[in-house]
Design a protein around this ligand. Structure first.
Ligand SMILES: [Zn+2]
Length: 97
């Protein structure tokens, strides 16, 4: 249920965004985007076109961690941003893999 949506407090968001910036500098992240694979549509892109996506958005209390951050293409990123999380999830589940 995503009906009770309380935005995380601004301080938390700032901290997690700063962590994301740092995480992007790590060898781990460079490996993630090095494959060029979008975590959602599974298509390949030039690494510089992939963005860091928080599976659970920071604004919903998601943390900047290796398990919560995935490479996403700009199309998926935009789609996901404009979709309620449950709708996005069911769309992913319907996608043939
Ligand atoms: Zn994608």
């Amino acid at each position: 249920m995503d009906n009770d949506f309380f935005p995380a407090d601004p301080e938390f968001i700032n901290v997690e965004r700063r962590k994301a910036k740092a995480l992007k500098q790590t060898a781990w992240w460079k490996n993630q985007i090095g494959t060029g694979l979008c975590a959602y549509c599974r298509q390949r892109f030039p690494p510089k076109e992939l963005t860091m996506d928080h599976k659970i958005p920071v604004i919903r209390g998601g943390r900047t961690s290796k398990s919560n951050c995935v490479p996403a293409c700009q199309t998926c990123n935009r789609l996901k941003e404009n979709m309620p999380p449950d709708k996005w999830r069911s769309m992913l589940e319907q996608r043939p893999s």
